[in-house]
Design a protein around this ligand. Structure first.
Ligand code: UD1
Ligand code: CA
Length: 496
């Protein structure tokens, strides 16, 4: 993108309103679309313009909004109470740099706005030597928006809010995006002249347009090429739509860079996620936070990755849920794997279905394919963890480590009671409960011995069959006579 230095221009973002139509306790501009709060989307669209300042007018939940704004290096000014968009601009005036000649004014809920569109608006304003340039859009359904009223020669005359519009004006399909460029010395006198003559008793910035025209100033309206860009997020439905558009843009960007995405409308990819070429992303996946995926990977259906690094050639099977972990090159995880923070699955290792891993290193080529919990563990290269193996890492107070060497075989249904170490090349028999360290190359068996009772099952079947035919004798045999009730209390009997 070309650098667009605008040192004579201040950007003012209006974000003090509550957003009543959202029906939320959260300030409207903090609602998220495309993986970021609305206000962050707007600020990020402004940043490449390199304006003299980005000033955000805050009011409702000023502190929370201010935190997001400060993280992005923008300034805030508080509007309290909020008496309309015109009043917000009057408040902003106090914090606008004296050196600024122009201001770009943007509503804080315009989450789909693009930098290029702002740059073009600024350009039109400068070339047209206008006092105000409005970014407008032609939309099929203009309801809810202010309408751009033009005169017989097609010149902008005023903006009329929906609630004040005549039936003729309501039919106008050119709407006000509430994104403008103003020449400040022309705007200030009009702002002072605003009157709250409307149903909401508010000072409307939109009324400044008619005032400028009355003073004989030039007002332009530039029609946005893509009407989506000027969508204001007033309702949850608007929010969902904005999210969909932003997600589609991200998916399109990745596809352009060589990523295959099937049914891209079903995937949710956060803005900072990176994906390497020839990786295939299946429907219904979510790639969130700072997830980084290498080249030639498969991210299969229903998978959720949050802050995960997936290296080249790895496969994440269907319906895996991975958080703050790493999947090494050519490793395979899933289907139905759960990797919690700190799982480090090294090259070529495999984690299978219904395996949960937390804060553990699974070294090169090791496998845990079925139904296990590995927590606070290291599993050496090439070791095999049998189905149902559990690291018992918690004693109710503290967590302990399990260290499994290289080339170890852990039989199915083993409980490893941490802290415990299994030496290189050792074997642990299935069903063992391991409480002591196992030396290298040893076999550990820790379970009850098997007893076979010859003929027992056959005899039992015969007895049951007999009972079913109603014979009384075997019945009395089968049931032991009821024990005589002890007169002692239960407790003392136990103590004997
Ligand atoms: C506004 C415009 C309307 C336009 C629409 C585009 C006005 C009077 N109307 O209407 O012509 O079609 O945007 O989306 O400007 N705000 C403040 N302080 C206030 C009031 C609002 O900072 O006192 C902020 C809000 O937080 C919001 C923005 O200004 O981010 C716009 O306010 P909103 O209530 O959404 O205006 P609309 O009714 O949508
Ligand atoms: Ca709005």
């Amino acid at each position: 993108m070309t650098q667009m230095a605008a040192p004579d221009t201040s950007i003012v973002i209006l974000a003090a309103g509550k957003g009543t139509r959202m029906r939320s306790d959260l300030a409207k501009v903090l609602h998220r679309a495309g993986g970021r709060p609305l206000i962050e989307q707007v600020i990020r669209a402004c940043q490449p313009l390199k304006a003299a300042q980005i000033l955000v007018v805050v009011g409702h939940q000023a502190e929370e909004v201010g935190t997001v704004v400060a993280q992005l290096g923008a300034q805030t000014i508080v509007q309290q109470p909020q008496r309309g968009t015109g009043h917000a601009m009057q408040v902003a005036r106090r914090a606008i740099r004296k050196s600024a000649k122009l201001a770009i004014v943007i509503v804080g809920d315009a989450a789909l706005l693009r930098t290029e569109t702002l740059a073009a608006l600024l350009d039109t304003h400068r070339r047209g030597e206008a006092a105000a340039t409005i970014l407008s859009a032609e939309v099929p359904d203009p309801s809810g928006y202010g309408r751009i009223v033009r005169d017989a020669e097609g010149r902008v005359q005023s903006i009329v809010e929906e609630k004040s519009a005549s039936p003729d004006q309501l039919a106008i399909r050119e709407i006000n995006s509430a994104i403008y460029c103003f020449t400040l010395e022309k705007l200030w006198p009009c702002l002072s002249a605003l009157r709250p003559d409307n149903v909401h008793r508010e000072f409307y910035l939109t009324d400044a347009i008619a005032l400028l025209r009355q003073r004989g100033e030039r007002v332009l309206a530039q029609i946005a090429p893509d009407p989506d860009e000027v969508l204001g997020c007033n309702t949850r439905a608007d929010l969902a739509y904005a999210d969909r558009v932003l997600r589609a843009r991200k998916a399109a960007e990745l596809m352009d860079s060589g990523v295959t995405i099937y049914l891209p409308e079903t995937v949710l990819i956060d803005p900072e996620v990176t994906v390497g070429p020839d990786t295939v992303i299946e429907p219904g996946t979510q790639l969130l936070g700072k997830t980084r995926i290498g080249a030639r990977c498969q991210i299969r259906t229903g998978t959720i990755l949050h802050d995960v690094r997936v290296d080249d050639g790895a496969i994440v099977g269907p319906h895996s849920n991975i958080d703050s972990s790493r999947v090494g090159p050519n490793a395979q995880v899933g289907p139905f794997s759960r990797l919690r923070p700190g799982a480090d699955i090294r090259a070529g290792a495999r984690i299978g279905n219904f395996v949960e891993v937390k804060k553990s290193v699974i070294h090169e080529g090791a496998k845990a394919q079925h139904l296990s919990y590995l927590g606070d563990a290291t599993v050496g290269p090439g070791s095999n963890i049998g189905a149902g193996t559990i690291t018992c890492n918690y004693d109710g107070v503290a967590k302990y480590e399990t260290k499994i060497g290289k080339g170890v075989f852990i039989g199915s249904d083993t409980a490893l009671v941490a802290p415990v170490r299994i030496g290189d090349g050792a074997y642990v028999a299935a069903g063992s409960i391991i409480t002591d360290n196992v030396p290298p190359d040893a076999l550990a068996i820790a379970r009850g011995r098997q007893v076979n009772k010859p003929g027992w099952a056959k005899a039992r079947r015969a007895m049951l069959k007999h009972a079913a035919h109603g014979a009384k004798k075997p019945r009395s045999k089968r049931r032991k006579p009821p024990r005589k009730k002890s007169r002692r209390p239960v407790k003392s009997r136990r103590r004997r």
